[in-house]
Ligand binder design. Structure first.
Ligand SMILES: [Zn+2]
Length: 238
């Protein structure tokens, strides 16, 4: 590892050379390479996270390009996971990026998580979030979940057995409607997710048991407590 690449972050006390080596030795599964996944992946790749597994079953379409900055006009029709892996590898050749052009499902989630210390849900639908949540619970791998709609976004960090999981909070809720997405907002929420991810890889969860809410219209950040559900079928005791 060439420490010169990371010089401006190694001087941050919470990182240092030890933290930098920790990041280099880390593997993160990122599900979704879209509006949230793109800026998040750039932040993790730039920070020197040693292995990124990028899972996305979609291809690039024109209406993605207002916010999905991993992709260019010439990428239209190409699999997002493959373009993302190529671009991130060129951005930081010191790390390993694996692009998996599949939708995450309960059946393949466990295999995709192999070797990972952290997972990130950067998707736009509840079934994928809950499938990843269940797979992470089974392997006790912490999970960061992010979502956006219009001017608003949210971030949650799950440590199974310690904090509420996504099934505690979202089981039985309505499916996401989606549709409103602006790059300036998705990029902000993605950066919040990346800040949480880097801290968790270094051993610290900055939002335990809290939902971080971003309001890009009022320009406000708020943290609200969330509770574990005692009868949660995924993380409940019983
Ligand atoms: Zn739960």
């Amino acid at each position: 590892m060439d420490l010169e690449r990371y010089r401006r972050q190694v001087v941050i006390p919470e990182i240092g050379e030890e933290g930098q080596h920790k990041l280099a030795a880390s593997s993160v599964l990122v599900v979704g390479a879209g509006g949230l996944g793109g800026p998040l992946l750039y932040a993790l790749a730039g920070a020197g996270v040693g292995r990124l597994v990028v899972v996305d079953g979609d291809t690039v379409s024109l209406s993605n390009l207002n916010r999905q900055f991993l992709f260019e006009q010439d990428d239209l029709g190409r699999p997002k996971a493959e373009v993302a892996a190529r671009r991130l590898s060129a951005f930081n050749p010191e790390i390993t990026v694996e692009g998996i052009p599949l939708q995450l499902e309960e059946q393949n989630a466990a295999e995709l998580l192999a070797g990972c210390q952290l997972a990130v849900a950067a998707v736009d639908n509840l079934p994928a979030r809950l499938a990843l949540n269940a797979a992470c619970a089974g392997r006790n791998i912490p999970l960061i979940n992010g979502g956006v709609e219009g001017w608003y976004g949210s971030v949650q960090a799950v440590e199974f057995g310690k904090t509420p999981c996504l099934a505690c909070c979202y089981a039985g809720t309505d499916p996401e409607v989606g549709g409103q997405a602006l790059g300036a907002v998705t990029g902000t929420v993605a950066s919040l997710m990346a800040s949480v991810a880097i801290q968790m890889l270094l051993g610290h969860n900055p939002i335990p048991g809290e939902l971080l809410l971003y309001d890009g219209k009022r320009m406000a950040l708020e943290k609200v407590p969330v509770e574990r559900s005692p009868g949660c079928p995924v993380c409940g005791k019983g």
